[in-house]
Design a protein around this ligand. Structure first.
Ligand SMILES: *Cc1c(COP(=O)(O)O)cnc(C)c1O
Length: 382
């Protein structure tokens, strides 16, 4: 996976740092683009997965739109050069300031998640004599069969509008002069690897769309969110997610009306595999039952394992010799600061370079300064 030139580059840099393989990003984007063109789907990259400016510029240059979940993400997307009519703004808790900023910049649409939010947006749009286009984010009560912390489409989750509230909303919208309902939005979770889940989502979306048709409401765009999972277990065997099957399912099962746009908001599947967290071993400590490899990266650089017990493949790039087991842990004063337990590595020693793989999504964006940690600039290779 890593050439000796790349390893030499790693050796010359202060660790820890993020490494981005732009060739992997490029191939991933080209694959998504060609399938999206084939099926006439619109892709909006989910900025929250990785808001690194260099990556965003590459993604924007592909002609993709941006899916944002904060005012500052909207700002970043505009600054990078995403065209405003391809920017969507989602999130359960948009502030007035954020809504105003998005209105001022004439973004494409707001994905609204509650009745009260729609009221507030209507009032703000009235102040500036605008009409805000919205998509209703509907909670379809579809189980994403992923980790419970990253499931978003069940009745018990805070996200989206529940189907029982739809009649009230449709009634209400008739009186809101500064809101135009143009779309329906769904996002049921992340790291979804069971493709049947997406088929189930299509069938539920068709039912919900029919309900709107029956009420005389034309839906101009359907937004299916993101959520396609990646292979964290064996990134080298499958660095390209199965976009082909994913898009083909929507093409087959989604009841798409004439001239209706279909949007996707992919985050993880676009950027996860191009990123690695590169760290050095500080110490080896022999515990009672385990050996600890203490590295200079911690949960401050990659929070996913501490946050939702996620698995990342860990490679020792410089070690050789017999395979041993190590708990690979960081220096932060928290017991959850652990990248992997009983990780099989060639005999590992102080100074070895370690790659924590598949770290391009929800990695660098979550970097924290807890413990007043240093932050090193990423390294890019092509
Ligand atoms: C996080 C998020 C996405 C992207 O999800 P991935 O699993 O990274 O593809 C898309 N849409 C919304 C509304 C989100 O919150």
């Amino acid at each position: 996976m890593f050439s000796s030139e790349v390893k030499d580059l790693f050796q010359s840099k202060e660790t820890p740092f993020y490494h981005y393989d732009l060739a992997v990003l490029d191939s991933t984007l080209n694959c998504v683009k060609s399938l999206a063109d084939k099926f006439n789907f619109d892709i909006h990259y989910a900025v929250k997965a990785n808001a690194n400016e260099r990556l965003l510029t590459i993604i924007s240059n592909m002609g993709f739109g941006a899916d944002c979940v904060s005012g500052n993400e909207v700002r970043r997307a505009i600054d990078i050069g995403f065209s405003a009519d391809k920017i969507l703004f989602a999130g359960v808790g948009k502030t007035d300031k954020e809504l105003r900023f998005a209105l001022e910049n004439n973004i494409k649409a707001f994905n609204c998640e509650s009745i009260q939010e729609i009221d507030v947006l209507n009032a703000l749009a009235e102040e500036s004599s605008q009409i805000a286009e919205i998509a209703l984010r509907i909670n379809p009560n579809v189980d994403a069969k992923t980790h419970k912390y990253i499931t978003t489409g069940l009745d018990e989750n805070k996200f989206g509008i529940n189907q029982i509230d739809l009649p009230i909303i449709v009634e209400k919208l008739k009186g809101l002069k500064h809101i135009k309902l143009t779309g329906l939005h769904f996002h049921i979770g992340s790291q979804i690897t069971d493709m049947n889940v997406f088929k189930g989502l299509c069938l539920r979306v068709n039912e919900i769309q029919n309900w709107f048709c029956d009420h005389g409401i034309e839906i101009l765009h359907l937004n299916l969110g993101g959520g396609l999972g990646i292979n964290y277990l064996k990134p080298d065997d499958e660095w390209l997610p199965d976009f082909e099957t994913y898009f083909a399912i929507f093409n087959e099962f989604l009841d798409r009306k004439a001239n209706q746009q279909v949007h996707f908001e992919l985050g993880r599947s676009i950027v996860a595999q191009c990123g690695n967290l590169i760290t050095r071993v500080l110490y080896i400590k022999n515990g009672v039952n385990t050996n600890f490899a203490i590295v200079d990266a911690g949960m401050t650089e990659l929070m996913r394992p501490a946050l939702y017990q996620s698995y990342h493949q860990i490679d020792n790039l410089t070690g050789e010799g017999e395979i041993r087991e190590y708990d690979v842990v960081g220096p932060i004063c928290e017991s959850t600061d652990c990248f992997g337990k009983s990780v099989k590595l060639p005999e590992t020693k102080r100074g070895d370079l370690i790659a924590i793989r598949s770290a391009g999504a929800y990695g660098e964006v979550m970097v924290s300064r807890y413990n007043l940690r240093d932050q090193n600039a990423p390294l890019y290779t092509e």
